[in-house]
Design a protein around this ligand. Structure first.
Ligand code: NDP
Length: 250
C-alpha cells in the first residue's frame, strides 16, 4: 500500500518542532502541501519548512496562538485565501505545566487547558468550514496515554488530553455523514526535548513499563498520523490509537 497525499492541503499545529515537525515532514513527503503552524519560535518553523523544501516538498510557516480565537481565525483565513481549502488538520500543539495538584496554580491549569483543549476546539471548528463544503476531510488530534491512564503531577495535562478523546468521539459522530473522519493518536513516551531531560533512574523505570523496550520516536507517531490522513483510513473514525510500545493495552 502506497500512501499519496498529492494535492492535499494539511495544517499541522505546533508543526515546527518535535513530534509536529516529524508529522509535517512526513505528510509533505507523501505529497501534501503543509502549513507549519507555530507560536513563538519562528526559526524552528523555518527550519522545518527548509527541510521539507530541500526534499522537494511544499510547505509554509504560519504563526498563530491556537488558544486565541482571533489568531486561529486569521490562520485559517490566510490558508483558505492562499490554498482554497483545508483537507487535513493535525491538532498537535501542546504544552505542559507539571506539578502536583495541591501546588497547581490556576494559571498552570488554565494555560494547559487553553492550548491543549481549547486550541483543538478552535482549530477544528475553523477547519470544518471548508471540510463540510468539500464533504471530505481528515482531523487527527494528538492526545497522550496520560489522557487514558493519568499521571501524577499532570492533572491539568491529563484532563486536557482526556477531553480531546471525548471531543474526538463527539465530532466524529457529528461529521461522519459529511465524509469527515476524526481520530486521536495517543503517544506514550517519545524521544523529544521534553523527554531528553529525564534522569537515568526515571528513564530506566519508564523502559521497564514499555514491552517493546524503547522510547518511541517522533517518526513512530508521524507514520500513524500519515496513514490516518490518507484514503486508506477512510473507514476509521472516532478512534484513539496508542503509539506507545505496548505500554497501555486495553
Ligand atoms: P514540543 O514542545 O517539542 O513542541 C510543541 C509545539 O507546539 C511547538 O511547535 C510549539 O511552537 C507549539 N505550540 C505550543 N503552544 C502553542 C500555541 N499556543 N499555539 C501554537 N503552537 C503552539 O512538543 P512535543 O513534540 O513533545 O509534543 C507534541 C504533541 O504531542 C503535544 O500535543 C504533546 O502533548 C503530545 N505528546 C508528546 C509526548 C512526548 O513524549 N513528547 C507524549 C504524548 C503526547 P513554538 O515553539 O513556536 O512555541
Amino acid at each position: 500500500m502506497q500512501i499519496s497525499l498529492k494535492g492535499k492541503i494539511a495544517v499541522v499545529t505546533g508543526g515546527s518542532r518535535g513530534i509536529g515537525r516529524a508529522i509535517a515532514t512526513t505528510l509533505a513527503a507523501a505529497g501534501a502541501t503543509v502549513v507549519v503552524n507555530y507560536q513563538r519560535n519562528a526559526a524552528a518553523a523555518e527550519e522545518t519548512v527548509a527541510a521539507i523544501t530541500a526534499a522537494d516538498g511544499a510547505a509554509i510557516s504560519m504563526q498563530a496562538d491556537v488558544s486565541a480565537a482571533e489568531e486561529v481565525e486569521r490562520l485559517f483565513k490566510t490558508v483558505i485565501e492562499r490554498y482554497g481549502t483545508v483537507d487535513i488538520l493535525v491538532n498537535n500543539a501542546g504544552i505542559t505545566r507539571d506539578t502536583l495538584l495541591l501546588r497547581m496554580k490556576e494559571d498552570d491549569f488554565d494555560a494547559v487547558i487553553d492550548t491543549n483543549l481549547r486550541g483543538v476546539y478552535l482549530c477544528t471548528k475553523a477547519a470544518l468550514r471548508p471540510m463540510t463544503k468539500a464533504r471530505s476531510g481528515r482531523i487527527i488530534n494528538i492526545t497522550s496515554v496520560v489522557g487514558l491512564i493519568g499521571n501524577a503531577g499532570q492533572s491539568n495535562y491529563a484532563a486536557a488530553k482526556a477531553g480531546i478523546i471525548g471531543f474526538t468521539r463527539a465530532v466524529a459522530r457529528e461529521m461522519a455523514s459529511r465524509n469527515i473522519t476524526v481520530n486521536a493518536v495517543a503517544p506514550g513516551y517519545i524521544e523529544t526535548e521534553l523527554t531528553a531531560g529525564l534522569g537515568d533512574q526515571v528513564r530506566t523505570a519508564i523502559l521497564e513499563a514499555i514491552p517493546l523496550g524503547r522510547l518511541g520516536t517522533p517518526q513512530d507517531v508521524a507514520n500513524l498520523v500519515c496513514f490516518l490522513a490518507s484514503d486508506a483510513a477512510a473507514y476509521i473514525t472516532g478512534q484513539t490509537l496508542t503509539v506507545d510500545g505496548g505500554m497501555v493495552m486495553s
